[in-house]
Design a protein around this ligand. Structure first.
Ligand code: ADP
Length: 469
C-alpha cells in the first residue's frame, strides 16, 4: 500500500512533543513491513543546517481561498521513507513551529490549510496514495478537501482518509471570519460540518470527514467519547464509535535503551544494574543533591501544561516533603508550573532539583538515574516517558488514564485513579514503602525492563487498519 502522511512535526526535523516522535518512527516501521510511505511537512527554519534536502519540484502552484503560493518540494530519504518538505518561506521559515514567545502565529489557519493543499498536489504529481493519513488538527482539512472540494476528482478515486488524534486538547479553532481564507464552500460552516461553537475547527473537520479515526492508545479512544475527556467533541465522536480505534504508540529503542545509551555515564541491563547506581550518583552530583544512593530518587520530565497534572502537587507539597526521597524535575512551559517547581526546590534544596528547559541529554540521564518516574496526568493520550522509564528500570508512578493505563500495570508500576492530591500522595507513599524491599523492587524493575513496546507492534496495527479501509 501507498500511504501519504501529513504532519506538522517529525523527528529529527522538527519537534515540540510526542507527535514528532511518532512521525520519526512509525513511517520507517511501516516501510520495514513493506509499505510505501511518504511524509509531508513544512520546511521550517529549524531544518536549516540539519540536512541537505534535494529539491524535486519547483514552483508548485497552490491556492487557498484568495491566496496563492508557489511551493518548492524538497525531499530527504530516511529509513526507506520519503520525507517531503513544503518550502514556502513566507509561511514556514520562522523560528517557531506554531508560534513565538508572544503566542500562536496569526496565520496558522493559512499555514496548515496550505500544507494540506500541498499534500493533495503532491498526491497528484509525486506520490499517489491509497490512504491519506493525517495527524492532529494540522491535517484536519484533508478530510473536507478530499471529500468535498475534490469530490469526483479521479486522482483521488478510492483514496481513504485516516485521522490520528494525538491530543484532543489541541483543536485548531479559528474565528469564523477565516472561512473565506481556507478555500471551502461557506455552506459547510454548520454544526455537522466545520462549525464548532461559532468558530472554524480544523480537528472537527478531520473527525467529520474521516473514514477512520485512531487515537494513540486504546483507553484514550474510549475516554474521548466521554464528556470528561471529550473537550466538547464527545457528542460528535460517540456516533462514530465504529470508526474509532486506539493503537498504542511504540518506543524508539534505538534511542531509548540503557544498554547502549551514549548519554549515560554508565550503561546497564536487567542482568547487571551496576550502571544504574553509577548513573544515579553522577546525576545527584551534577544537580548538587546529597550523594545518598539509598534514598529513592523520583524523576519528572515533562512539558509543563495543565494536562500533566502538576496542579495536584501544591496541596500536598508539605506532606510530600516530609517523606524520604529526592526529586529531580526537568521541564518547561506554563510559567505558574515552572514557578511552583522552582519554589519547591528553593525551600527544599537538599531534596529537590529543578532544571527549566528542554534538554534531551539530561532527559536520558534522568531516566537512567531515577528509581521512580512520576506522571500524574489529568489525561494522557499515550505518553512516552512511562514507557522509556519501564525500559530503564525506573518504576513509573502514574495516574490510571489513557496510555498510562494501557502501558503500566500493578506488576511494573504504581497507579492511582481519582484525580485528587490525596490519591497521588497515597500512591507515592505506597511506592516509597515498596522501595524498601529491595529484592522485590528489583523484580518489579526487571518485569518493566522486559516489556516490549516496539514500533513493529504498533505499525502492524496501522497496517491492518489501512488494509481494512
Ligand atoms: P507530550 O507529547 O504530551 O509532551 P509525551 O510523553 O508523549 O508527552 O512525549 C514527550 C516527549 O518529549 C518525550 O520524548 C520526552 O522525553 C520529551 N520531553 C518533554 N519535555 C522535555 C524536556 N523538558 N526536555 C527533554 N525532553 C522532553
Amino acid at each position: 500500500m501507498r500511504i501519504l502522511m501529513v504532519t506538522s512535526e517529525a523527528t529529527p526535523f522538527a519537534k515540540t512533543g510526542g507527535l514528532a516522535d511518532v512521525l520519526g518512527a512509525l513511517p520507517q516501521a511501516l516501510a520495514k513491513l513493506g509499505e510505501e510511505v511518504a511524509v509531508v511537512l513544512p520546511r521550517y527554519a529549524s531544518m536549516d543546517g540539519l540536512t541537505v534536502p534535494r529539491r524535486i519540484w519547483r514552483d508548485m502552484p497552490l491556492t487557498l481561498g484568495r491566496y496563492s503560493f508557489l511551493a518548492g518540494i524538497d525531499e530527504v530519504r530516511h529509513g526507506g521513507v520519503r520525507y517531503l518538505f513544503v518550502d514556502i518561506p513566507a509561511l514556514y521559515n520562522r523560528p517557531g513551529i506554531y508560534g513565538d514567545r508572544t503566542g500562536s502565529y496569526a496565520d496558522n489557519h493559512i499555514r496548515f490549510g496550505v500544507l494540506n493543499q500541498a499534500a493533495l498536489a503532491i498526491a497528484r504529481n509525486i506520490f499517489r496514495p491509497d490512504v491519506f493519513h493525517g495527524h492532529d488538527w494540522q491535517a484536519g482539512l484533508l478530510g473536507p478537501y478530499l471529500h468535498e472540494m475534490f469530490k469526483g476528482d479521479p486522482t483521488f478515486f478510492g483514496a481513504k482518509f485516516l485521522l490520528s488524534i494525538h491530543n484532543l486538547g489541541y483543536q485548531g479553532n479559528f474565528a469564523a471570519s477565516v472561512m473565506p481564507d481556507i478555500g471551502l464552500d461557506p455552506n459547510l460552516f454548520h454544526s455537522e460540518g466545520l462549525e464548532f461553537w461559532g468558530e472554524v475547527s480544523f480537528l472537527k473537520a478531520g473527525i467529520v470527514w474521516a473514514d477512520a479515526i485512531t487515537t494513540v492508545s486504546p483507553t484514550y479512544a474510549r475516554e474521548i467519547q466521554t464528556p470528561e475527556f471529550g473537550f466538547g467533541l464527545d457528542g460528535l465522536l460517540r456516533p462514530r464509535v465504529a470508526k474509532i480505534s486506539g493503537i498504542l504508540n511504540g518506543v524508539d529503542y534505538g534511542e531509548w535503551n540503557p544498554e547502549t545509551d551514549p548519554h549515560l555515564p554508565a550503561r546497564y541491563s536487567a542482568q547487571n544494574l551496576a550502571g544504574k547506581r553509577i548513573s544515579k550518583l553522577a546525576l545527584l552530583q551534577e544537580l548538587g543533591l546529597p550523594l545518598d544512593r539509598e534514598r529513592p530518587l523520583i524523576g519528572v520530565i515533562s512539558r509543563f501544561a495543565g494536562q500533566k497534572g502538576f496542579d495536584l502537587l501544591p496541596t500536598i507539597a508539605a506532606e510530600l516533603m516530609e517523606l524520604d526521597f529526592a526529586l529531580v524535575v526537568l521541564g518547561n512551559g506554563e510559567a505558574p508550573i515552572e514557578e511552583m517547581f522552582l519554589s519547591l526546590a528553593d525551600q527544599n534544596p537538599q531534596k529537590v532539583a529543578v532544571r527549566i528547559g528542554y534538554d534531551n541529554a539530561l532527559a536520558h540521564c534522568i531516566e537512567g538515574a531515577a528509581d521512580m518516574f512520576l506522571m500524574p496526568s489529568r489525561y494522557e493520550p499515550c505518553g512516552l516517558n512511562q514507557m522509556y522509564s519501564l525500559r530503564y528500570g525506573t518504576v513509573p508512578i502514574v495516574r490510571a488514564t489513557g496510555g498510562l493505563e494501557d502501558s503500566v500495570d500493578e506488576s511494573t508500576g504504581f497507579k492511582f485513579g481519582p484525580y485528587t492530591p490525596e490519591a497521588l500522595l497515597e500512591c507515592v507513599i505506597e511506592a516509597l514503602a515498596a522501595f524498601r524491599d529491595l529484592p522485590t523492587w528489583r523484580e518489579r524493575m526487571r518485569r518493566g525492563m522486559a516489556k516490549d513496546f516496539s514500533w513493529d507492534v504498533a505499525a502492524a496495527g496501522y497496517q491492518k487498519l489501512y488494509k481494512s479501509l
